[in-house]
Design a binder for this molecule. Sequence first.
Ligand code: FES
Length: 117
Amino acid sequence: MQNAQAQQENELPRITYVDFRGGAQTVEVPVGYSVMEGAIRNNIPGIVAECGGACACATCHVYVDEKWLDRMEPMGDVEGAMLEFAPQVTPASRLSCQIRVTESLDGLVVQTPENQG
Ligand code: FES
């Protein structure tokens, strides 16, 4: 029982990254990391993150799966302004460096665009 509990406490949120061709990779990302950092640390293609997460490049653009859109924290003003520089923005667009991973985002699915900037 104790082992099962410890194992449960050690489980990390799982984030699925889907590329523009439909290929999916699911990885564990620690709480407090950004969705961008989860991609970079796991060599997920399709996220460039030129500015390293400073919300200054828009090359970490992702599309949040529609099932998750209403569970996201609202977009900040700076993110909204920077997102205007990303190509092919849709209502599902977010900058992945601004999405902070929480336990409630376990199972999140994001799609990477064909091109970043
Ligand atoms: S990494 Fe540059 S805006 Fe997200």
